[in-house]
Every structure is written in structure tokens, then in C-alpha cells.
Design a protein around this ligand. Structure first.
Ligand code: CMX
Length: 141
């Protein structure tokens, strides 16, 4: 797949406003975007660290993926997202190799990216996201 970089690390939190304080006041990062992703039942806050972002995730529904995660495991790292090019092809290649996909087709995620998740049962227990920013030029095309 050759990801170009880690696009973001998703961290599940109970309270977005409270959690932002550590990243701003202690780490000295700046929250540049707060966005609700209704179909994922989360509110997100973003910080840029080099090429990578930190995405804080607060659930808006106890039955949503982050609500269930926090209930079961508590706050903590929820997923790692890799930036790839030609996401649709990469999903097909992974599926052909027996990888268990949550999303067989890309869908829209936060910040306008095309995203797809791979099930943690296929990735050593780490929920893995692949994402593509179609507004950026594909360096291989
Ligand atoms: N990381 C690692 N393992 C996870 C996990 C996570 N984030 N979430 C669930 N699991 C594990 C559970 O612990 C459980 O493992 P065991 O069977 O060993 O107990 C297994 O996956 C099934 O978990 P579950 O609680 O029964 O939850 P569901 O099957 O209902 O859903 C998952 C799990 C990963 C398929 C679902 O959360 C999903 O589809 N996630 C993708 C979408 C998402 O997470 N969206 C939120 C972020 C959106 C954004 O970034 O904008």
C-alpha cells in the first residue's frame, strides 16, 4: 500500500473541551478545527504535529463506535490513520489478500477526506483507517 505518512491518530476522550486543554496548554499545540461527523456519532478536534494530526474524538451517542469503545476500554488511542493514494484500488488489493474491511468503498470523513476502516481483527487489534485527500495532487500520477 505504501502509505505516504500517518495522517492522524484518533484518541477517544470523554469530554472534548476538557481534553483540548492538555494539547493546547501543556503541549502548546493549537486546535485548528472542531467538527461534528454526524454519521460517525462523534465530535472531533484537530491539532497538527508535523505531517500528522491528532484527532480527539468525543462520542455524541453511547451506541456509536466511540461511545461503545469508551464504555468498554475507557479513554485512549482509538485508531491510526494512514494516508494513501488511490484508496479504492488499495482497498481492493487488501480485500483480495483476505483483509477484513469495515468499509469496502471509500466514504467521506472529517476534513473532507475519503476514508475507509480496516477491522482490528485483521490488524493486530489496532483499528486502522486509510484516507486519501483528493484535493492534493497524486505524486505518482
Ligand atoms: N480498536 C481496537 N479494537 C476495537 C476497537 C478499536 N477502536 N473498537 C472495537 N474493538 C474491538 C472490540 O474490543 C471487540 O474485540 P473482542 O471481540 O476481542 O472483544 C471487537 O473489536 C468488536 O467490538 P464491539 O465492541 O463488538 O464493537 P462493534 O463490533 O460494534 O464495532 C468496529 C467495532 C471496529 C467494527 C466499529 O467500531 C467500527 O466500525 N469502527 C469504524 C468507524 C469508527 O470507528 N468511527 C469513529 C471515528 C470516526 C472518525 O475518525 O471520524
Amino acid at each position: 500500500m505504501k502509505p505516504t505518512h500517518i495522517e492522524h491518530i484518533g484518541i477517544a476522550v470523554k469530554n472534548l473541551e476538557e481534553s483540548i486543554k492538555f494539547y493546547e496548554e501543556i503541549l502548546g499545540l493549537q486546535c485548528y478545527n472542531i467538527e461534528e461527523v454526524a454519521d460517525q456519532k462523534v465530535k472531533t478536534a484537530f491539532f497538527q504535529v508535523g505531517d500528522t494530526k491528532i484527532e480527539l474524538l468525543e462520542s455524541t451517542d453511547p451506541e456509536g463506535p466511540v461511545g461503545k469503545f469508551v464504555e468498554k476500554k475507557g479513554e485512549g488511542i482509538h485508531h491510526i490513520a494512514y494516508a494513501v493514494e488511490n484508496l479504492e484500488d488499495k482497498l481492493k488489493q487488501a480485500e483480495d489478500k483476505g483483509v477484513r474491511l469495515i468499509d469496502k468503498q471509500p466514504r467521506k470523513g472529517a476534513e473532507g477526506l475519503d476514508i475507509a476502516f480496516i477491522h482490528p481483527k485483521s490488524t493486530n487489534g489496532v483499528l486502522t483507517e486509510l484516507c486519501e485527500d483528493k484535493t492534493k495532487k497524486n505524486i505518482n500520477s
